[in-house]
Design a protein around this ligand. Sequence first.
Ligand code: PMP
Length: 456
Amino acid sequence: TTPQPAQSPQPDPQLGAAVKAADRAHVFHSWSAQELIDPLPVAGAEGSYFWDFEGNRYLDFTSGLVFTNIGYQHPKVVAAIQEQAGKLATFAPAFAIEARSEAARLIAERTPGDLDKIFFTNGGADAVEHAVRMARVHTGRPKILSAYRSYHGGTATAINVTGDPRRWASDTGTAGVTHFWAPFLYRSPFHSDSEAQECARALQHLEDTIVFEGASTVAAIVLETIPGTAGIMVPPPGYLAGVREICDRYGIVFVLDEVMAGFGRTGAWFAADHFDVVPDLLTFAKGVNSGYVPLGGVAISGAVAETFAKKPYPGGLTYSGHPLACGAAVATINAMEEEGMIEHTARIGADVIGPALHEMAARHPSVGEVRGLGAFWALELVRDRETREPLVPYNASGAAAAPMGAFAAAAKKNGVWPFVNMNRTHVVPACNISEAEAKEGLAALDDALTTADEHT
Ligand code: PMP
């Protein structure tokens, strides 16, 4: 039986129509051709579910944009925001505020190594902006290296650091960013046939890139610990340790972007924990407070912090460490700990989601590869398992992307809201999703995959 949300859907189609009309008239949506989109009016959400004004309820296999790690309307977080609003709703960043200092302490205690100082931002992109600035000032060097298969945010520098096609329209070519290939055995840029070979070749390619760019010009290497939006590609053993070693050798700042992979998503506080690697800077956002109030930040190592001990850091934000956002982070981190969420996520990934996806892959010819861990999985859909031809071409839109659209529609009809990106569907539910809910959603995806099989 399906667990019901405590607050069940109250159909109100008239209000839904009014919400939609105002949205269509006045809301300008991200990444969209405004007249070609059809946003679903949402009436409410709780836990792993949300519902519309017609009374349709969906199991959210996207966690929003992979940020509601503790699900919707978590009572402890909602209460903490209300309490903080009553106590001190806002205050300028130059003062020491209880919610801010407590959030910084809790985050610093959980980030790996000596990442003990926290610079707060309003989200992920500005965290990347500031990590890049810190690295440039710290090293006195201009260039940033980042991976082609990556996403780092939509602001000026973050979109240039991004490797995926969202960069193209904003790329001035003068941002001082050079892209390189990170390992991805399934579509190996190095034509490798084992993980060990892919790892060795990727590290050699990165070092060659540094040498030919001029090591003395490279400030930072920015990598998602496990690239998220670009396809949840778990790096081979030894790769991140190898990058750490290369950074040390050439005096380059190592930035790990954990905006998506951090705060429990992978069944660890940070994805870096799986690889025993400590970056110089670590960016976070999303899961830090499950997006209940916008918050992001940069966790800073002792060496980089030292640069700014006596000379000012040239940057800041009016809402840096906003009390409501930090109050929500304190409650979120404490709730994750009290409720054993990290362990739960590791277990549900290893025992439920992973095995179910592999079992589905064996039956559906459209599934080319299953990748992931924790509550962070991708199915790569193909026309042909042998040639690995993607179900839809790279960066396809409109009619060319129709097979993925049909898959998404079938999943929604089955009551699951799927995450679809290019030729992949990602399975990225709330990290505290119950086993029964996970199984319900996986069964819905299983059925929807028959639409993709028709194109093989
Ligand atoms: N880095 C990564 C790895 C991300 O996944 C994202 C968002 N998807 C960002 C940065 C940008 O975060 P935001 O949208 O909060 O600016």
